[in-house]
Design a protein around this ligand. Structure first.
Ligand code: ADP
Ligand code: MG
Length: 740
């Protein structure tokens, strides 16, 4: 009877209405799921919530004191509006908020000046002030609250507009009373609990949901945090063990094969990192268990070259390699540059080609049918040693003769299912190499990419010129806007080219996200607290192109647009013309973020740069300064100095170390949830665990997980842990993990 209780449908204990509301709003269906839905934070009955820091457009729960209540008839319609002004403790009076209730008879009656109440609703904006409209509320100064209860923190659950925090709290409280918590299966092994002095699972549930004081929920959190880390790390350890147990085809290469010839003809020497990683890969490709490796390295650190050498080793061993890119632009760039790099080696079996060479083919969704057919044939027959494509490679039509190696570029854009779909095309488990240019802090890599071994390319190839980055603040100095184009002109006069990046495409917004095949064109992803909801307008590609064509400083220059809504042929044409130097100024969305490689481009102007996240900006600027020419990135913003979002720009300007920036990024992103941003939304995979803060917990859990899996790969002796893994890592969530 152990597990059944936690798997009991909520309806049995809460009744149809409550259970239905919880299922619909939070996606939780069982007793165990709801008990694991933890409060995001706790309010102290004695303290009012600072109103100034309330996040706009988020569901919030706050405690405030009623200052005034006024009702008036509506002029246009029947009914009345009750305006309730509430305040926090701040002396200045800045901390007040207007709450409007339509036909709020209950509010009018109950909310008396001086009373304190807890309100829950979505923060809106009206007449330049934050507002709540028709929030749910409960009075907390009600008579008869005893002294004990007055001390107890009030749990605040991640709520939705339809389901306020206290309704969730009431449902959880009902469960705690009804359920036999002692029978709950505990995923944390007893000896670990003893070793770490964790409280037991039943107390932990009580203390996290109904703490008597702050110490209790802190203790409970500590325990659940470890539990969360252990479940995740055990899942990853199991995945690694399963991979290691698979039988792969050994691809040791040849002493005098394509790879040897390629190396001999290489016009430069490999960096130290490329050599080390190259040896690592060569060894793993020769082994009989599949390689499963993540290759991290700054943009331009030479990852693709490392991958290409691995592909050649596989081809030398009779196998094929597939290179999966996230967009058509990137796929065709890879195709061009790999063919160029291989030279005659890429023309095996063709007139004038190399006798022992191979063929490289490109396969994308929008290719003309005839070309596609040819590419499909070359892949299926084994004629093509290297097949490059977008997720069109995943389609059932695509078959390989003997797929030995899969290289995935820019991992974070692919889910685990996509990776698996491609792996399923190989007769034997293929080797896998995942490349990412987004530097990932160690514990994040451990968590998000924990099923992969990691290699890092830290140095850039010699002769790479530095990139200087400047923040251009138009708020302090509007005249700098025209200076941008004079500066561009100077660059062009010197024979170079300019990128201008905008956060959106054009008038009809929202269409960006429907650009399907171009996931990297879906607009900014700032992770910023202000999230672009404050009504400021954003520079758009279509408008800026027109504006720059009129710009006197740029007269005579060819200025073109590139974005995800162009048709693919047009897109390739623009890219090709820019690469060939016949376009001087390329105005684009973030399609240039990844991989695009035009050595002659030396200046990048990023408009409304505050709309982009740190890692996005870092990736973007990596597009300039690639050809041994010093590059410059100008981060243009209209925000006042000192605005929180400008801090991101300052961070990017201050260093070019991607690892440092990614730490900074995660820290700044957290700002957003200090006061309940992210209170909304259903489940998130990591509830209590913060990958930066809880490094030691993650490390401990990882070591424990490795020990558990080594001794008991099937988790036969740990049924509760196994179930917890199954419950928390459904495919949807695994995909979430993959994307980081
Ligand atoms: P990444 O994939 O990490 O962005 P690439 O492999 O595309 O980097 O390399 C970027 C550029 O640097 C390419 O033009 C490549 O030919 C060149 N390159 C790679 N390795 C070296 C090296 N060791 N020395 C000089 N240039 C290199
Ligand atoms: Mg690359």
């Amino acid at each position: 009877m152990r597990t059944t209780e936690s798997q009991l449908p909520l309806e049995r204990l809460l009744g149809k209405a409550s259970a239905g509301a919880i299922e619909k709003n939070l996606g939780l269906g069982t007793v165990g799921e709801l008990l694991l839905y933890f409060p995001r934070r706790y309010l102290n009955r004695g303290e009012l919530t600072p109103i100034n820091g309330l996040p706009f457009d988020e569901e919030v729960t706050l405690i405030a004191r009623v200052v005034s209540v006024n009702s008036r008839r509506m002029r246009q319609r029947k009914g009345s509006i009750t305006d309730v002004v509430v305040a926090d403790d701040s002396a200045s009076g800045a901390g007040s908020l207007k709450i409007s209730f339509f036909n709020g008879w209950r509010a009018e009656k109950e909310l008396r000046p001086g009373l304190r109440a807890m309100f829950s609703g979505k923060v809106g904006f009206f007449n330049r002030a934050l507002t709540l409209t028709n929030p749910d509320y409960v009075l907390i100064d009600a008579d008869g609250v005893d002294a004990e209860l007055a001390k107890a923190p009030i749990p605040v659950y991640p709520a939705t507009a339809k389901l306020p925090s206290w309704k969730i709290g009431n449902a959880v409280a009902a469960l705690l009373d009804a359920v036999e918590l002692d029978d709950f299966p505990d995923p944390v092994p007893q000896e670990t609990s003893r070793r770490e002095g964790f409280i037991g699972l039943p107390e932990a549930f009580r203390m996290i949901h109904r703490p008597a004081d702050a110490g209790q929920w802190q203790q409970a959190r500590e325990r659940f945090r470890y539990q969360e880390a252990l479940v995740l790390q055990t899942a990853l350890a199991r995945r690694r063990a399963q991979t290691a147990a698979q039988q792969a085809v050994s691809r040791p290469g040849l002493e005098h094969g394509l790879l040897a010839e390629f190396d001999a003809a290489l016009p430069f020497t490999l960096t130290g990192g490329q050599q080390t990683v190259g040896r690592e890969l060569a060894g793993e490709l020769a082994a009989e268990s599949p390689m499963h490796r993540l290759l991290q390295g700054e943009v331009g650190s030479g990852k693709t070259l490392v991958a290409l050498r691995a592909m050649l080793q596989v081809i030398d061993s009779g196998g094929q390699a597939a290179l999966l890119a996230p967009t058509e632009v990137l796929a065709s760039q890879h195709y061009q540059s790999i063919r160029r790099t291989l030279g005659p080696l890429a023309e095996g079996g063709m007139l004038g080609g190399h006798e022992s060479g191979t063929q490289v083919v490109l396969l994308t969704g929008t290719m003309p049918a005839a070309a596609k057919k040819e590419a499909l044939l070359a892949a299926a027959s084994g004629q093509a040693g290297i097949v490059i494509g977008t997720h069109a490679l995943l389609s059932d039509q695509v078959q390989f003769f003997d797929l030995g190696l899969i290289v995935v570029d820019e991992q974070h854009r692919f889910g685990v299912e996509q990776r698996d779909a491609l792996r399923a095309k190989a007769a034997h488990p293929p080797h896998l190499l995942v490349m990412t240019a987004t530097p990932i802090p160690r514990t994040v890599a451990m968590t998000v990419f924990g099923d992969l071994e990691t290699s890092v390319l830290r140095e850039l190839p010699a002769g790479r010129a530095p990139i200087s980055t400047f923040v251009v603040g138009l708020a302090e100095n509007p005249a700098w806007f025209s200076r941008l184009w004079q500066r561009s002109r100077e660059e062009i006069e010197a024979g170079h080219q300019v990128y201008v990046v905008c956060p959106r495409i054009g008038e009809t917004e929202g269409a960006e996200s429907s650009s399907g095949d171009e996931p990297d064109d879906s607009g900014p992803d700032t992770g910023a607290p202000d999230g672009g909801e404050d009504g400021r307008s954003m520079a758009s590609v279509l408008e800026v192109v027109e504006q720059l064509r009129q710009e006197p400083a740029l007269s005579g220059c060819r200025i073109e647009a590139l974005h995800g809504r162009l048709d693919p042929a047009e897109k390739s044409r623009v890219m090709a013309d820019f690469a060939a130097g016949s376009i001087q100024v390329l105005v684009s969305t973030t399609v240039v973020e990844v991989g695009v490689d035009v050595h002659n481009a030396t200046l990048m102007v990023i408009l409304d740069a505050d709309r982009f996240g740190i890692s996005q900006l870092h990736q973007l600027r990596g597009r300039v300064g690639r050809g041994g020419l010093p590059g410059t990135a100008l981060l243009v913003t209209e925000l006042e100095p000192g605005h929180p979002s400008r801090r991101r720009l300052d961070a990017v300007a201050a260093t070019t170390d991607g690892f440092e920036l990614s730490q900074e990024d995660l820290k700044l992103r957290r700002e957003g949830d200090i006061l309940g941003a992210n209170q909304s939304g259903g489940r998130s995979t990591l509830r209590l665990l913060r990958v930066l803060e809880h490094e030691s917990v993650i490390e401990m859990a990882r070591a424990d997980a490795n020990r558990i899996i080594a001794a008991d790969p099937e988790l036969a002796a740990h049924p509760a842990l196994r179930e917890a893994i199954d419950a928390s890592l459904n495919p949807e969530k695994e995909a979430f993990l993959e994307r980081g």
